[in-house]
Design a protein around this ligand. Structure first.
Ligand SMILES: *Cc1c(COP(=O)(O)O)cnc(C)c1O
Length: 395
């Protein structure tokens, strides 16, 4: 650890740590930044919006000058919908690469929008690969856009967006990325990976509070998006054009959330930017996964696909293990975990993001150990069916 390593706050007023992928545990400074009111038209707030947009763009590194950042009111899904509606033209067709709930939600969004799409559904956790994408694009020349999920938060899998991007642009199509739970902790530099637009939100790896998302898109795409959107409030082009002209959001901005987010961006920079943030989350994951495996728990994914964002564990086969009770006892000890989202076997998830470091993760493992003992669970080993499921990943 370097001398400049961040000081991780203990939970505020004894509140539990949120081991969840956003909302997550934020710092005291981020909460404190909200103790003021701002006028949405005022110069002070306009300056905050400008500062926030340029700080976000700076996270792209080289090549950021070709992009612009457009914040959008609402939760992350609002920003995803805004991106899809604004950049997939009405006569376009999208290929959605799904391996979990968020990929499926993008497909559902396109359905609502009345945009033509094809779905590649890999199930709960298998990654969509570049060669599969290349094959589908070769077979269907009418596909104009590919939609990929960077970290599929429902399993925690880190999807191979680099090889997907190569396949997309080799076929002359365009890539849109839902990097909601990855941006800020995992690099997404246009000099390394090509894409037209990506989307993330305030309450994930930048560690702000919920209330808005943001679209980062190539300026050419923003120009060309005029008239595409079905929705007034979710029109990315209109929001961008208005912001460029007036410095203001079109409709009431989440002023306090923006103030908190700016504070979070400053802390992100002080931590060493994307590399620093990603490094802490990686240590969080490594310490937590090693400790849980020592207790007998097994991860759904092999190490290669584990993200530093959130990790899925199989529920133990032991009949004394009941997830609801495990959850309650963990909460009593100060840790809120997350239920699983797999269809075949029971699972739960532990997030690695938010104001937590490896020392907190060691306490999480200790809490899990004590909880198993209280429940009378002798072994945390998963049922055979879970391991059979997992073997499919290696196939
Ligand atoms: C969190 C998240 C979203 C957005 O979810 P909201 O609940 O609308 O904020 C979208 N995609 C991914 C991959 C996410 O992790």
């Amino acid at each position: 650890m370097t001398a400049s390593a961040p000081q991780i706050d203990p939970p505020f007023l004894g509140e539990p740590y949120l081991l969840t992928p956003g909302p997550l545990t934020t710092s005291y400074e981020v909460k404190q930044a909200m103790l003021r009111d701002w006028g949405s038209w005022d110069d002070d707030f306009r300056a905050m919006t400008r500062d926030m947009r340029s700080r976000l763009l700076a996270l792209l590194g080289d090549g950021a000058g070709e992009y612009d950042c457009v914040p959008m009111q609402g939760s992350g899904s609002f920003a995803v919908e805004a991106m899809l509606a604004s950049f997939v033209p009405r006569d376009g067709k999208a290929l959605v690469l799904a391996n979990g709930a968020y990929g499926l939600r993008s497909a559902q969004t396109l359905q609502y929008l009345g945009r033509d799409y094809q779905l590649l559904d890999k199930g709960d956790y298998l990654p969509p690969r570049g060669d599969e994408v290349a094959q589908i694009l070769a077979e269907d020349p009418s596909i104009t856009h590919v939609v990929a999920i960077h970290c599929e938060t429902s399993s925690g899998i880190l999807n191979p967006v680099e090889e997907i991007s190569e396949a997309v642009y080799a076929a002359g199509r365009k890539l849109l990325i839902d990097s909601m739970s990855a941006f800020g902790a995992i690099e997404l530099q246009p000099s390394q990976i090509r894409y037209e637009a990506m989307v993330s939100s305030a309450n994930k790896c930048i560690e702000g509070v919920p209330g808005f998302g943001f679209v980062i898109a190539r300026k050419e795409e923003l120009e060309a998006a005029k008239g595409n959107s079905h929705s007034l409030s979710l029109d990315v082009h209109a929001q961008w054009a208005h912001m460029e002209k007036t410095g203001q959001w079109r409709f009431t901005p989440p002023t306090h959330v923006v103030a908190a987010f700016l504070e979070a961006l400053k802390a992100h920079e002080a931590e060493g930017g994307v590399a620093g943030r990603g490094g802490r989350y990686t240590r969080n994951r490594d310490v937590m996964v090693a400790g849980m495996r020592e207790l007998g728990f097994e991860t759904l994914l092999q190490n290669r696909w584990l993200s530093p964002i959130i990790v899925t564990f199989f529920c133990p086969a032991d009949a004394n293990f009941v997830f609801g009770r495990f959850y309650d006892l963990m909460k009593e000890k100060g840790f809120i975990i997350y239920p699983g989202k797999l269809t075949v076997v029971d699972s739960f998830r532990v997030g690695c993001i938010g104001q937590m470091d490896e020392n907190v993760m060691r306490q999480v493992v200790t809490a899990a150990k004590e909880t198993l003992a209280e429940m009378g669970v002798a072994s945390a080993a998963p049922p055979a069916a879970a391991l059979e499921e997992r073997a499919k990943l290696a196939a």
